[in-house]
Ligand binder design. Structure first.
Ligand SMILES: Cc1cc2nc3c(=O)[nH]c(=O)nc-3n(C[C@H](O)[C@H](O)[C@H](O)COP(=O)(O)OP(=O)(O)OC[C@H]3O[C@@H](n4cnc5c(N)ncnc54)[C@H](O)[C@@H]3O)c2cc1C
Length: 401
């Protein structure tokens, strides 16, 4: 084989398709019984397959510039063109997020058809066990080695390959077949791996806050969530949802990727609104009922009442009411943790980008070995950015491998 791709997710399939189109003999191996399982569950079953506003700023990485080259080489418009070629109806939901109108299955079918047209082989039910590199180049068998630099051993047999592309994804949702194989392989080949953590993940309250809020699970409101501890504050204006253990919803998932244990998340619970305004009118009533009524203008009634219970104004003077207003625009919560990989959409951290060539995704240490998609230390925001990274990094490697 010219190219053996490990993992038939978004990144691996795109890579194999690009390599196949170039006339490379490519095969994709996956231990699952079918390809693209995460694509099928993505975007609530409709796959948010790209975001038209994609920029390097929408990704977390130790090297924020690394993704630029790949993202420029395969743009959201390229993915949309592919979707249109296969006559898949789609729409923009919000904030540049592109979804299938009908089903994520159509994206998987697109990949299967493109792979077939490009002559790519797909082997499912093949658990990858090891990747061995043949002896160093330059020895007596050099020519043979250039053609077959690696042996990939799987549960269904061995494959020899000139290039191996690792596209085995991250650790999130282990029950869907996620494994740490990609990270293990990188380490085995002497490459640095940035510590992994769950990202795009619900946050869990400390017991005290759970007691105060979690019986309201299911309530949601628009907020601006700001992550602490980042060099430049990153803010997300989206919905927040109270859960039975803490907080979720898009705004919270977004900041969770930046959050580290011990840090606070700051929430503006009434973006752009001046909630106490009605209480400041000269003849207005100033009491708990009036304050709760003002809050009900901004939030669901039960949340307004609970806020009054948990954070009542310190008094009824203008100064006390102003302080009350400031507090609800800057509620600082220190989460006890996250819901972990079981509920995380992605894994942050991963193969250190300093180990990879930004144009081709090839290892700088191990010629012929490539890493793409979520296994790399490039993590997108919620909203189609992670698939765009998978397509773009896959296409980069597919043009080179
Ligand atoms: C619930 C959910 C919803 C999401 N929705 C969206 C969305 O709408 N938009 C978006 O942009 N992103 C979304 N994401 C994130 C997105 O799914 C991932 O970022 C993307 O799938 C990563 O692609 P990948 O190809 O790198 O890895 P994966 O898609 O995870 O593919 C890795 C493949 O490797 C295989 N594999 C792993 N270990 C082995 C092994 N040892 N042997 C053989 N095969 C192996 C796996 O079976 C899998 O098929 C969502 C994630 C989740 C969990």
């Amino acid at each position: 084989m010219d190219v053996v791709v490990l993992g038939a997710g978004a990144a691996g399939m795109m890579c194999a398709i690009e390599a196949g189109r170039r006339g490379r003999r490519a095969v994709v191996l996956d231990h699952a019984e079918r390809i693209g399982k995460k694509i099928l569950i993505s975007g609530g079953g409709r796959c948010n397959f790209t975001n038209v506003n994609v920029r390097a700023e929408n990704f977390l990485s130790e090297n924020p510039h690394f993704a630029k080259s790949a993202l420029a080489g395969f743009r959201p418009a390229d993915m949309i063109a592919l979707v249109e070629k296969h006559r898949i109806p789609y729409h923009e939901k919000t904030l540049g997020q592109m979804f299938c109108d009908r089903s994520a299955q159509e994206i998987v079918t697109l990949l299967e058809r493109e792979a077939k047209d490009a002559g790519v082989g797909i082997v499912t039910g093949a658990k990858v066990e090891s990747v061995e590199r043949l002896a160093a180049e330059g020895g007596p068998d050099f020519v043979e080695q250039v053609n077959h630099r690696f042996t990939v051993t799987t549960s269904v047999g061995s494959f020899r390959a000139r290039s191996v592309v690792v596209a085995t994804g991250g650790l999130s949702i282990p029950k869907m077949g996620a494994t740490g194989l990609g990270y293990d392989l990188a380490r085995r080949f002497g490459m640095n791996v940035i510590e992994c953590r769950p990202a795009l993940v619900p946050l869990v309250f400390a017991p005290e806050e759970q007691e105060r809020w979690c019986d309201l699970s299911g309530l949601s409101t628009e907020v601006i969530a700001t992550a602490d501890g980042t060099k430049r504050p990153v803010r997300f204006r989206e919905k927040m949802l109270i859960t039975h253990r803490g907080l979720s919803g898009p705004a919270i998932l977004q900041v969770s990727s930046y959050w580290r244990p011990g840090q606070a998340v700051e929430l503006d619970l009434a973006p752009g609104a001046r909630v106490i305004e009605p209480l400041l009118a000269t003849k207005a009533r100033r009491d708990a009922g009036a304050a709760a009524a003002a809050l009900r203008g901004a939030w669901p009634a039960r949340m307004a009442e609970r806020w009054m219970l948990n954070h009542p104004p310190a008094g009824w003077t203008n100064a006390a009411l102003e302080q009350f207003e400031r507090r609800l625009h800057a509620w600082r919560v220190v989460p006890a943790g996250t819901e972990g990989y079981a509920k995380a959409e992605v894994t942050a951290g991963g193969v250190d980008t300093a180990e990879l060539d930004a144009k081709t995704m090839e290892s700088r240490r191990v010629p012929g070995l490539y890493f793409i998609g979520e296994v790399v230390d490039v993590t997108g925001w919620l909203g189609g950015y992670n698939f765009q990274w998978a397509w773009a990094s896959g296409a980069s490697a597919g043009r080179a491998a």
